[in-house]
Design a protein around this ligand. Structure first.
Ligand SMILES: Nc1ncnc2c1ncn2[C@@H]1O[C@H](COP(=O)(O)OP(=O)(O)OP(=O)(O)O)[C@@H](O)[C@H]1O
Ligand SMILES: Nc1nc2c(ncn2[C@@H]2O[C@H](COP(=O)(O)O)[C@@H](O)[C@H]2O)c(=O)[nH]1
Length: 298
């Protein structure tokens, strides 16, 4: 059948297809920076070397928010400090703007060896009662392909908790032995009370078998994992609001007033550290948050 479209129609369709393809390419580049497949410096080099490429067409605003730990507020402050207009594209930066942006990246986002893809080791952390355990349990139930690490702890089992399934319940001397034998990937005293640690061997086995591994641990542990395994993916679980976090802690009813107050104090410090993480997921809905975390492990 003959094409009834006039040549300008055909041009418009082709242009719109090209625009869609270019948008996709820019989104893929952004994802690569966020996932640390390439460094921001590498993306900037590509953009400046080929201003007409997808990298060159990327807006400075998109570029900055692709960098883990830079949100919209921080991005706008950075652009104001560097005196770069938010409408600028990377390929269109002037000489001064290139110099200040490069200097900013080198100082604030030191270039490290790109990891060529994320590790399948995913750490889920966040303040008390945000729902880490609930989200992790949902992932365990719905994503059997993801190995959920079972921690060792010196605290006593709660009603319904099963040794080897929820935790390995050990005493202090066994915990000391595990540390001395190098059996723990990380360990910490949490909420100034009991000790918790991640057994290393099951994680190594699961990763070697090609499984993703999820650790549900506290902030101190997340920092230790980052130091030991820089390619690990760190996810911070956020409450929809501070009031909701308090409600969840109170509603759970597992802590007395003093313990609740102590946990909420720690929660404030932990929330202030969220920018250390690669990704932030708001736990407004368990299934949605679990799907978002599981996707990061795939
Ligand atoms: N999306 C959600 N909406 C409403 N309630 C939730 C949600 N997620 C979890 N909860 C509830 O919040 C409470 C705290 O959840 P959970 O025990 O999983 O938190 P946690 O982060 O593991 O806490 P902790 O670090 O103190 O062990 C529980 O009562 C749980 O049912
Ligand atoms: N650093 C680590 N923290 C851990 C580990 N396992 C659990 N946790 C964290 O402890 C608190 C309290 O847990 P609860 O079951 O006693 O309520 C919670 O924030 C967990 O994330 C671990 O192996 N290492």
């Amino acid at each position: 059948m003959a094409d009834s479209r006039t040549p300008p129609d055909v041009d418009r369709v082709a242009a719109s297809r090209r625009a869609v393809a270019a948008r996709r390419e820019r989104a893929a580049l952004k994802r690569d920076v966020t996932m640390r497949v390439i460094s921001p410096q590498e993306l900037l080099r590509r953009a400046l070397g080929a201003p007409d490429s997808a990298a060159g067409a990327m807006r400075v605003t998109e570029f900055l928010t692709a960098i883990p730990a830079i949100g919209a507020g921080k991005r706008d402050r950075i652009l104001a400090d560097l005196e770069i207009s938010p409408v600028k594209r990377l390929g269109g930066l002037g000489a001064r703007q290139r110099t200040v942006l490069r200097a900013f990246l080198d100082e604030r986002v030191p270039e490290v060896e790109p990891r060529g893809g994320r590790s399948r080791l995913v750490v889920l952390a966040g303040p008390t009662a945000v729902g880490k355990g609930t989200v992790a349990a949902h992932i365990k139930a719905h994503h059997p392909e993801i190995h959920l690490s079972v921690s060792a702890t010196t605290r006593a089992p709660r009603p319904g908790e099963v040794d080897g399934e929820h935790y390995f319940f050990v005493d202090d001397s066994e915990f000391d032995r595990m540390i001395a034998a190098g059996e723990l990937l990380e360990h910490a005293t949490v909420h100034n009370a009991y000790r918790y640690g991640t057994p290393r061997a099951p994680i190594d086995t699961a990763l070697a078998q090609g499984h993703a591994v999820l650790l549900e641990i506290d902030l101190q542990g997340a920092r230790q994992v980052r130091a030991a395994e820089p390619s690990a993916t760190l996810v911070f679980l956020l409450p929809p609001s501070w009031d909701e976090l308090v409600q969840r802690l109170v509603g759970r009813g597992t802590e007395g007033d003093a313990e609740r107050a102590r946990r909420l104090k720690t929660a404030k410090t932990e929330l202030a550290s969220q920018n250390e993480f690669d990704f932030r997921v708001v736990n407004d809905d368990v299934a949605r948050a679990a799907a978002a975390v599981a996707e990061l492990a795939e």
